[in-house]
Design a protein around this ligand. Sequence first.
Ligand SMILES: [Zn+2]
Ligand SMILES: [Zn+2]
Length: 280
Amino acid sequence: MEAGGHACTGALAGALTSSAIGGLTGADLGAAGTAVGALLGAGAALLPDLDADGATAYRSGGPITGIVGEVFQVLARIAYRRTRMPHDPAGDGEHRGLVHTPVFALVLGLLVGIGAQITQWVTAVVMVLVLAPGISALSRSGPRWVRRVLKTHRDLPAIAFALLITAGLSMSGAMADLGWYAGASLSVGMIVHSAGDSATRSGIPWCWPLRRPCAKCAVTDAGRCRGARWRRSHILPEPMRWRVGSKSGKRIERVIEVVCLLVVAWLLLPDLAALVRDVA
Ligand SMILES: [Zn+2]
Ligand SMILES: [Zn+2]
């Protein structure tokens, strides 16, 4: 899946997560809660592709996201080298490896949640790093007039908006309670990314670090093979998977983008109504 599809599915997941957290815990994230949740989810759903140079998220924050990306890639290569089995796919395991696994998403979210308990700066830095690519990718998928007016599809305005939202949350005193929420949004967004990739023909190693029968020997010689850890799996049956970047693939992803954005807009309605009531 390409950046637009990831950002829009992530935005929907993020908006639903913040509604659910609000409903379950009674936490009042304010009228902007769903919107911030959507933006966080969109950004988090771009993060796994930091394991590929040149991806939207990799380029979005200039040297900062570049450095995070390089660290992710080193971790991915180490994890692959340490845990690969003889029949695992060839290569260095960098792209669509460790950083695309649910285990990595959950650990990263947990670390952010724990870090946020130590200092709010963790939440603030993560917010900016995640919001900036989310804002620019969503602006590229959304209606054209938003792009014309706000220019948020460009990196600098997107970073400026991310800083603005983070500063706003900090000044309203909300930042102190947002640590676990930011961590949870991060994990959910990243797992939604992996689901998106495994709806296409690419697939991701869902089960790492568990061992599964390898693709080659599962049929022929089940006894001798020790299985594979990095075998990629999918969430759609084979005929329904599309090839990333193909004409029909782009069409399918565009439909997914529009549907997700419409549902997010619908989820935002109660918040907007509350805002209007407050102002009036
Ligand atoms: Zn990916
Ligand atoms: Zn095998």
